[in-house]
Design a binder for this molecule. Structure first.
Ligand code: FA5
Length: 339
């Protein structure tokens, strides 16, 4: 053994170590060179065959070799570990679009589908979509809508009161007021939204359901304008020509007040949906009451308007032939999977 041989060995080990790229290659290197039976231990064993002078020279050289190779080994180990870590992190970070694995996917709730459809039909007629809070004061839900102080709808048995003045809106007609208070005519809005009533539930009644309000305010607005708008909307919505039937109805915020029925979109001779009558009851409507206009600081001599409100929930049930209203809020996957 001499310095030249040690130098050659060192260079060979460094070269080999630099080529190591996996954990298993690294382990092979360790077993082959760094253990008690490894190359470095073997060369140390050769020391005892040297005389004292040579030992004094070669001892420190071998120690330096051992130290350097161990240090390089540790450095290479760390590099390989960091590379492995990065690959794992990248795998988590990036979504592999080439993997074709069947995954479950959601769908739009029937409420969302019908709401979007209705909105798009009305928007094509020049209406804007308006929104309003679900927690309102007595003024917006009752007083401004011309509902008398002693009206039964104000009772606790019909309404969820939060305190003496605030309640969960019982109808989307509140948005009429919120809109007219902030916007001057001409106004053409629709307002889909959640409404709450303190009611016992059954297959067709829930304590929370969706309504859909419509309001048009301008000059010389008539019942003919209302009916033409609704006929056009319903025919597009049901995909076939629909005729309307008008009956008198009472809602304190419209005058005249009307109940509007449409020819059954599912039959011509009578079916289970229309209960063999060929008509379906759809909504309340009418011309905006002068008192409501006054509450919103609009002059009834100058402006007039029509309003309508229907159960969006009912429309969804009709469209998808849903037999029990409670399914809509049940969150049942089997039910939702159908849409
Ligand atoms: C109203 O709420 C009026 N705001 C509608 C209106 C607007 C009239 C503008 C005139 C002008 P009504 O209380 O009838 O009206 O409710 C309207 C619709 O909501 C009903 O036809 C029904 O489809 C639906 N509805 C009422 N109560 C429930 C309930 N508990 N569960 C499900 N749907 C309901």
């Amino acid at each position: 053994m001499d310095s030249k041989k040690v130098k050659e060995l060192k260079q060979a080990l460094i070269k080999e170590l630099q080529e190591v790229s996996t954990e298993s290659n690294l382990e092979e290197f360790r077993l082959q060179h760094l253990t008690r039976q490894g190359t470095i231990a073997e060369i140390f064993a050769g020391l005892k065959e040297l005389d004292a002078d040579q030992k004094r020279i070669m001892g420190p050289e071998l120690n330096a070799l051992k130290k350097e190779i161990n240090a390089l080994f540790e450095a290479q180990k760390e590099t390989i570990f960091q590379q492995k870590l990065k690959v794992a992190q990248d795998k988590e970070k990036y979504f592999d679009v080439t993997i074709s694995k069947p995954v479950g996917h959601g769908s739009l709730h029937p409420y969302t589908r019908v709401t979007e459809e209705i909105q798009s039909i009305f928007m094509s007629m020049g209406f804007q979509v308006a929104d309003g809070p679900e927690l309102v004061t007595e003024f917006f839900n009752f007083t401004a809508l011309n509902i008398p102080d002693d009206h039964p709808a104000r009772e606790e048995s019909d309404t969820f009161w939060i305190d003496h003045n605030r309640l969960l809106r019982t109808q989307t007609s509140t948005v009429q007021i919120q809109t007219m208070k902030h916007q001057k005519p001409p106004i053409a809005i629709i307002a889909p939204g959640r409404t709450m009533r303190n009611e016992a539930t059954d297959a067709s009644h829930d304590f929370m359901f969706m309504q859909f309000e419509g309001l048009y305010v301008g000059k010389n607005v008539s019942v003919a304008n209302l009916l033409a708008t609704l006929k056009s909307f319903l025919s597009t919505f049901f995909g076939k020509k629909v005729n309307l039937r008008v009956r008198p109805g009472y809602f304190p915020f419209v005058e005249p007040g009307l109940e509007i029925d449409a020819t059954c979109p599912f039959c011509t001779k009578g079916c289970s949906v229309c209960k063999q009558t060929k008509w379906i009851e759809l909504m309340g409507a009418g011309l905006v009451h002068p008192n409501v206009l006054k509450h919103c600081d609009l002059d009834p001599e100058e402006y007039s308007g029509f309003a309508f409100g229907f159960g969006l929930t009912r429309l969804v049930m009709l469209k998808y032939q849903i037999s029990d209203i409670r399914l809509l809020h049940s969150g049942t996957i089997e039910f939702l999977k159908q849409f």
